[in-house]
Every structure is written in structure tokens, then in C-alpha cells.
Design a protein around this ligand. Structure first.
Ligand SMILES: Cc1ncc(COP(=O)(O)O)c(C=O)c1O
Length: 365
């Protein structure tokens, strides 16, 4: 959709990345790191000072103690983190439960490792909450892992404490591993608490938690992420990391360390920053015929176009680019069987003027 948006000169609310600049201090620090000689390979598991920063972060936010030496790995973005986490634990014919719709890299990664993705639909009628009874029914002796994503892309839903307790109950009598994609961990709204697996000792002991500095610092192109996992999983996933990426980019790691020394409370500001964008876009979209879904976290907003058209969502998105000059993502792209609920995903990590202009264009439909 980004390519189509560029070709048509359309406003791109499709792909999940900001169109505003990152914090100026941060970019300066990256330049300084390069000038100061941080240009050679970092240790394969990441700069020790960045791993320590992640340890402090998970202690402060989730009360979880992680050893930077044996439990934290810096990766080339959350994408690599997900790849090595899933590759480390998935063997041929292992089943891995996915909650659909879901981010599109999970299933191919599982398949590359010879595993079988087992999709369980989120309940569209109930704002995409998890049907844990259904999850329970899909679990068997071959189930190796379950992938969580909270706050959730594409729906903007978040898992609650009740969800985490339901998961703990399901995992009581088996060895199922949790791969928890928490790249939007700091983007939660209306006073909602982010339920990291690391808050729950029973889950933390069997989970690989994945974060992304790209999302947290508005620098998706820096591709710097992390995995927090118990030592046995970390040993395994580091084998995949060292044979693929070996080490992620050194100057960005150094700049991130220096930035948090300068702005230790950066993450606290993200809620209000993105909530203001969510609300601005929602207000502006009232002039359109689209119907919103509630958003509790992430920087994505779902809209139904069922009241406007019954076209397949992919066709509708193509038409939106051509006729309105706005690009969105058809939600069927997040289902393996391409389930079409007549929903579009818009990314509101965009400049306010861009969001207002997009809503204005969409009101013509
Ligand atoms: C749910 C989810 N997981 C992982 C990623 C990838 O993160 P990164 O850019 O750090 O690789 C994204 C990016 O859009 C995402 O939305």
C-alpha cells in the first residue's frame, strides 16, 4: 500500500511509521556516536549499557528482574527478535497458536522453521477480545508456543489482567512457551495499564518478551529491538541471532543509551502524545461515513466501511488511494485465509495536519 500511495501521491495512513521527525536530541546523539567512533561491531548480544538499560526498564515498569548477561538480547528490530525467538523454539511439525488478525511476520517465520501456524480468531463482535475457551480447544500435545501481541496491531485492543489470568490457567499443565510481542508497550490510552507477560512471574518464566526502540523513539528505520527471556531460551535464540545478524547497528545502540540518560522519562510522554493524535483523528473522521472501533493502545485505528460499500477490502483500499488520495491497509491482510470483515486499518502516527487532511478527503466518499 505504501508503494501504491507513493505512486498515486496519496496520503499514507497505511504503513505503521511516523511521518514526523524523531526527537532532535536523539538524532544528534546518533551523529555524535558515529563521530565518537562507535562504528565497529557491537557485542553480539548488544552493548552492555543498552542491555542494562532494558533491565532497568523492565524492572521499573513491570517489576521484573532480568540479568542483562543471560536474559537480554539486542536485535535488529522486533522483526528479528520475533524471528529468532520463534526459530529458537519451533521444530518441524510443532504447532504455534496465533490470534488472528495478527501481524504478518509470525506465520511465515513459524513455517520457515517447519512449524504449523494454528490461527484462532479474535472475537470481532467483542472488539477483538480473545476467546480463551477457543484457544484451549486448539491446544494439544503438539502445541509448542502461543504468540501474543498487546497492544495489538491491527486492532488497537489490549489484553487485560483477566486475559493474563486466563492464559496462566490454560498453561498450568503443559510446557507451552509464550512469545509476547509488546512493541507498543508504552502506547496505551485512557489510563489503561499495559499487561506485559513480565508482570506475571508464572508467565515470565516461560515467555520471550519483545520490544522495539523503533516504535518507542519514533525511529522505525533504526531497526533496534530487544528480547527479554529466561537464560535457556536466550542461549538458543542467540544462536540464531549470531548466525543471521550477529550484532545490531552500534551507533544507534549507543545513541539510545545516551538519549535515555538525557530523557529518562521519554516513555511516559508517549501515552498523551498518541492519545491526542487518536482523539484528533477520531473527531475529524466524524465527518465521514466510516464507523470506528474502540482503540485502547498502539497507533492504529480500525474503521468499518460496511455502511459505504460491500466491495472486498482490498478493492476498496485500491479505490480509496485512487479516488480519495488516502492509503489504508485492508484488514484481510492480517488473516491467513484473508477473512474480510469490511475493515480498514489507519495509522495515526502522522502529523496532525496530515490526519485532518486525510479525514477531509475521506468525507467525500
Ligand atoms: C506488532 C508488531 N510487531 C513487530 C513489529 C516490527 O517492529 P520493528 O520495526 O522493531 O522490527 C511491528 C511493526 O510494525 C509491529 O506492528
Amino acid at each position: 500500500m505504501t508503494a501504491k500511495a507513493q505512486a498515486a501521491g496519496a496520503l499514507n495512513l497505511a504503513q505503521g511509521f511516523p511521518n514526523y521527525p524523531p526527537p532532535p536530541d536523539l538524532t544528534e546523539l546518533a551523529i555524535r556516536a558515529i563521530r565518537d567512533g562507535y562504528n565497529q561491531y557491537a557485542p553480539t548480544s548488544g552493548l552492555p549499557e543498552l542491555r542494562r538499560l532494558v533491565a532497568e526498564h523492565v524492572q521499573r515498569h513491570y517489576g521484573h528482574t532480568a540479568d542483562p548477561e543471560t536474559e537480554i538480547t539486542i536485535t535488529a528490530g522486533a522483526t528479528e527478535a520475533l524471528f529468532i525467538a520463534l526459530s529458537a523454539v519451533t521444530f518441524p511439525d510443532d504447532e504455534v497458536v496465533l490470534l488472528e488478525p495478527c501481524y504478518d511476520c509470525y506465520a511465515p517465520t513459524i513455517q520457515l522453521a517447519g512449524g504449523i501456524p494454528i490461527p484462532v480468531p479474535l472475537d470481532e463482535q467483542k472488539n477483538f477480545c480473545v476467546d480463551w475457551e477457543m484457544v484451549k480447544r486448539r491446544i494439544n500435545r503438539k502445541t509448542k508456543a502461543i504468540v501474543l501481541n498487546t497492544p495489538h496491531n491491527p486492532t488497537g485492543s489490549v489484553l487485560t489482567e483477566a486475559d493474563m489470568n486466563a492464559l496462566i490457567a490454560i498453561l498450568q499443565n503443559n510446557d507451552i512457551i509464550v512469545v509476547s510481542d509488546e512493541v507498543y508497550e508504552h502506547i496505551v490510552f485512557d489510563g489503561v495499564r499495559h499487561e506485559s507477560v513480565l508482570r506475571y512471574p508464572e508467565l515470565a518464566a516461560r515467555s520471550m518478551m519483545i520490544g522495539s526502540f523503533g516504535k518507542t523513539l519514533h525511529v522505525t528505520g533504526w531497526k533496534t529491538g530487544y528480547v527479554v527471556a529466561p537464560p535457556t531460551y536466550t542461549t538458543e535464540l542467540r544462536k540464531h541471532h549470531s548466525q543471521t545478524v550477529f550484532a545490531s547497528a552500534t551507533p544507534f545502540q549507543k545513541a539510545i543509551v545516551d538519549y535515555f540518560a538525557l530523557r529518562p522519562n521519554h516513555t511516559e510522554g508517549l501515552r498523551t502524545f498518541f492519545q491526542a493524535k487518536r482523539d484528533l483523528f477520531a473527531e475529524a473522521m466524524k465527518q465521514t461515513r466510516f464507523t470506528p472501533y474502540p482503540v485502547s493502545g498502539s497507533y492504529f485505528q480500525l474503521y468499518s466501511y460496511a455502511g459505504i460499500s460491500d466491495e472486498p477490502d482490498t478493492d476498496f483500499c485500491d479505490r480509496l488511494v485512487k479516488e480519495c488520495g488516502v492509503a489504508a491497509i485492508p484488514v484481510s491482510a492480517f488473516y491467513r485465509d484473508k477473512t474480510d470483515h469490511k475493515l480498514l486499518r489507519f495509522c495515526f502516527a502522522k502529523e496532525d495536519a496530515h490526519l485532518l487532511e486525510a479525514a477531509e478527503k475521506l468525507s467525500k466518499l
